[in-house]
Design a protein around this ligand. Structure first.
Ligand SMILES: [Zn+2]
Ligand SMILES: [Zn+2]
Length: 241
């Protein structure tokens, strides 16, 4: 990533400095429920919730992400996901662990599924390895309780409402009811864009009886950035499914 020669034997082709580079997302104002950062307090209601959480469109109970989907963190995720450097699942798992509040307890980790065709093209599901990484640390099982019933392509360019509609029908339960009903679920993904994917998954899990669904992702698209950088991040994530 930085071009420096690696001076130690490692299974991860990224130097220590670059791995240490990603910084946690900081915001003065953020939604109390989905933790979306805002430039000011105006989008938040009396209980500190954003408009989407207020209307109940989120489906999940909370969302934690380590950093903003930009710079070195974005490059690391790309190297992992598109460059297929699977060994990055471990350092990225460290970031997931850092983003998860210590008091939170879960019964199972569930990765956001890829459509089988996409999984076949990529060779692995990036969310699956991340879920395994965090599950191992917390001592809980990984349950593949969801499936993607249709490939949701080209989300880029769609507005929030169209995006939600596009993704809402794309997930289904795999019928692992015993592993989901009454359970506290940690839903794991690499990047949170608008939260519509997580919302669709959360609704399916809640319908299957989940007591609580919390999203954990390595990075989130930070709309406060504005301009072309955020727009690029947005279209990359949108096209990645
Ligand atoms: Zn480096
Ligand atoms: Zn919110």
């Amino acid at each position: 990533m930085c071009g420096r020669a690696l001076d130690e034997v490692t299974r991860i082709p990224v130097c220590r400095e670059c791995l240490r580079e990603p910084q946690p997302l900081s915001a003065e104002f953020f939604c109390a429920s989905c933790r979306t950062p805002f430039l000011n307090e105006f989008p938040l209601d009396g209980e500190g919730r954003c408009a989407l959480c207020r209307t109940g469109l989120r489906g999940f109970d909370a969302a934690y992400c380590f950093g903003a989907y930009t710079g070195v963190l974005r490059e690391l995720i790309h190297l992992y996901k598109y460059g297929r450097v699977k060994t990055l699942a471990r350092p990225l798992g460290d970031l997931l662990a850092a983003a998860l509040p210590r008091e939170e307890r879960f019964d199972a980790a569930i990765p956001v599924p890829l459509h089988w065709r996409r999984r076949w093209q990529r060779g692995f599901n990036q969310a699956d390895l991340l879920a395994r990484s965090i599950a191992r640390r917390c001592g809980m099982p990984v349950v593949h309780a969801l499936k993607r019933t249709r490939p949701t392509t080209a989300q880029a360019g769609l507005g929030n409402t169209a995006r939600r509609r596009n993704v809402a029908a794309a997930f289904a339960s795999r019928g692992r009811t015993a592993a989901v009903a009454g359970k506290r679920i940690l839903l794991v993904d690499d990047v949170m864009t608008t939260g519509s994917t997580a919302a669709a998954c959360a609704l399916v899990l809640k319908r299957a009886g989940a007591a609580k669904v919390v999203l954990l992702a390595v990075a989130r698209v930070d709309r406060r950035m504005g301009g072309t950088r955020a727009a690029t991040a947005y279209s990359t994530v949108g096209g990645s499914y």
